[in-house]
Design a protein. Structure first.
Length: 321
């Protein structure tokens, strides 16, 4: 498992219950200490991949400060970040625009310099943040050439995906070779028991040697006890029954269902609290212990999955908090 810092680096995020996680204390020193405490818990739990982005507020700064304070050497840890969105919330929970998407060459050039200034030699993986076919980034020759230059300088180049067309975007990325070698060696995509469409494309990517990182394994908290949406009551009952059968909480069950996918190389926890992180990490043991049962349960529970359009519309309606 890896730890994502989307919920740790800034006051506002869309995850259910985010405001409560931070106890509404947005003082920078308090948020730094909070992020470092969760990072310490992750390190103790054996997590060695950390995921940030330029647009996650101060996430790169918090991560870099923690790595240096704990004297963790670059070779002991894997660090990924992303470019393509600029943070514009001004350290507020409510903002007119939280982030601005721009996949152009000037933004890539500015943001790689910013990421490197903070993360230095720790930065190993640099991802396009939420690439889509519409954004045109995979057809932008200038951007692709710059990414190839960064690859040739030693970075692993990846892309993250978002929206109902993750599979098409990934297949397009898989076809991009520059200088006789694939440009993208890593993909970060959403897959969870509610959103399973990207599975076959992720299996293809994994089989072709791409690293597969899974994000939003808990559907931004919708697959936890926090989801009290009346429209989810029946599915929550099914999930709770399965969780009770295995003696764990909903989050542990849902993460274990991702961990047993043969193509999932790294599954991210998005926890912003140490106790949730511990409950998330328990999924590793559950996946080992109940692998066959989990596959069988997923086969029996196909009704949990939502059509991609419904899933992404629901996600888009989650409130920043
Ligand atoms: N386009 C992209 O590239 C993109 C998009 C989204 C995410 N990501 C990456 O993926 C990472 C993970 O995504 P995510 O944050 O959306 O993760 P997620 O795993 O889908 O959701 C995390 C949410 O579940 C809650 N949770 C976890 N365990 C819980 C428990 N036992 N009880 C109650 N609530 C629980 C967390 O609450 P607490 O905060 O209270 O722990 C948090 O609100 C991000 O940090 C980021 O690095 C990338």
């Amino acid at each position: 498992m890896g730890l994502g810092l989307a919920a740790l680096g800034r006051p506002g995020y869309i995850n259910l219950g985010h405001a409560g996680d931070l106890a509404r204390d947005y003082d920078v020193a308090a948020m730094t200490a909070h992020a470092h405490a969760v990072l310490d818990a992750a390190w103790r739990a054996g997590i060695r991949y950390f995921d940030a982005a330029r647009s996650y507020g101060r996430a790169e700064e918090f991560l870099s400060g923690w790595l240096r304070a704990r004297r963790i050497a670059p070779g002991q840890v894997a660090v990924g970040s992303k470019w393509g969105y600029t943070y514009t919330a001004g350290w507020q929970v409510s903002a007119e625009r939280h982030e601005i998407k721009d996949h152009s060459l000037p933004v890539l050039r500015r943001q790689i310099d910013e990421s490197r200034a903070l993360l230095g030699d720790y930065l190993g993986l640099y991802q396009i943040h939420s690439a889509t076919l519409d954004s045109g980034v995979l057809d932008n020759e200038e951007v692709l050439a710059e990414l190839a230059r960064l690859r040739d300088g030693g970075l692993v180049i990846g892309l993250s995906l978002s929206g109902p067309n993750q599979a098409d975007t990934l297949r397009r990325a898989l076809a991009i070779d520059i200088g006789g070698a694939p440009l993208f060696r890593s993909v970060q995509a959403t897959w969870n028991v509610l959103a399973q469409e990207a599975g076959p494309a992720l299996a293809e990517a994994h089989n072709r040697g791409m690293g597969v990182i899974v994000k939003e394994a808990l559907a931004n908290g919708r697959l936890t006890d926090r989801n009290d949406d009346p429209a989810f009551t029946e599915r929550r009952r099914l999930l709770s029954a399965a969780a009770a059968e295995t003696g764990v909480g909903l989050d542990t069950l849902a993460l274990a269902a991702v961990l047993v996918q043969p193509w999932a190389d790294v599954v991210l926890s998005g926890a912003a609290r140490a106790e949730h992180l511990a409950s998330n990490v328990a999924a590793v043991a559950l996946a080992d212990r109940r692998r066959a049962w989990l596959h069988d349960w997923l086969r029996r529970s196909r009704a949990l999955a939502e059509p991609a359009e419904v899933y992404w519309r629901t996600r888009a309606a989650l409130a920043w908090n």
